[in-house]
Design a protein around this ligand. Sequence first.
Ligand SMILES: Cc1ncc(C[n+]2csc(CCOP(=O)(O)OP(=O)(O)O)c2C)c(N)n1
Ligand code: SF4
Ligand SMILES: [Mg+2]
Length: 341
Amino acid sequence: MAETFANATQVLEPFRGIKKVTIEEYFTSGHRTCQGCESALIMKLMVKAAGPRTIVLGSTGCMYVANTTYYTTPWVVPWMHTQLGSSGSAALGTAAGLKALMRKGKMKAEPINVIAFCGDGGGADMGLNGISATLTHKDYNCLILLYDNESYANTDIQLSGMTPYGANTTFSPPGSVKRIIHTRWKKNMAPMMAVGHPECRYVATVCGSFAVEMMNKVRRALTIGGPTFIHSLDPCPKGWDYDPMLSHELGELAIETGIFPLYEVEDGIVKYYGKTKSLVEGRARKPVREYLLKQGRFAHFTEEDLAYFQAKIDEMWQKWEIPGVIPFRQLERSKAAVDVK
Ligand SMILES: Cc1ncc(C[n+]2csc(CCOP(=O)(O)OP(=O)(O)O)c2C)c(N)n1
Ligand code: SF4
Ligand SMILES: [Mg+2]
């Protein structure tokens, strides 16, 4: 009977400009993240966009540990910690639990946002299976937000599957004999979620340097219905080794160099945003060295390393089927035809 209520989403209109953003905060003082931590900013924007009728679930990592020191917390909304690889199952279980309680009349039937966040270690590495499973369950409304600071930051900057090529981490310190220890390219997380999960209607990338856009994507993700996924790139002064005052600028540079494109995929349609849109329309990308050399984790890069990194980014924009998003390329038709004999 309460079926429609139990699966209804909130009405969250997009903020039309910074002056229209609500002033209420649901992630306030009481956290102990580093100065300039963009992941903390993402938490604040995420829950500001979602509003008071929201439950936040967070897997282990900086955003759990630094946000819930004994007896202090910045969370104003209900909040729960979940195991490192469990953001997907926490989201699905909570959404399913709420729906069941509402259906049985054990709690008031009303739309409640369920957001589970995970780090890159917890989400793109350990918890990938749980997130994938959740994105197949179209009957449950929940958002999984992967905050990507490009390392296992909380345990002292170990490399993850999202650490960029060549970065200095505690697992990949450059040496005099071998300069580049980490030689793998970062996972392409958002498209992996979008392409592989036909029931997931909304996937987006965001960056805290573009706050209104970020909040509006959260609002869209929470209102479209079913499970959704957002990937944010979060400059991390400690792990990336830079002056905290550069956090905002580094976020912008990640987009302007084309390293991290801002887009959304809604019902299979790719829409580019902001500065990424102008890159797609022909505006020149800034050289990757402007972004990389501001960070101590790339201080050992030689001209050769910078050229390699640049070539990989150029490839994303010049050769990919959907620039910056989908890497597949088609062979010429004659060569692509499968020889069945
Ligand atoms: C199963 C499991 N393995 C290892 C740990 C130790 N651990 C706690 S936080 C953390 C780092 C998580 O990295 P990420 O998800 O990227 O979040 P960040 O710390 O970067 O915010 C690790 C390895 C754990 N809590 N649980
Ligand atoms: S280590 Fe990085 S992600 Fe963790 S609290 Fe500090 S700035 Fe934020
Ligand atoms: Mg991390």
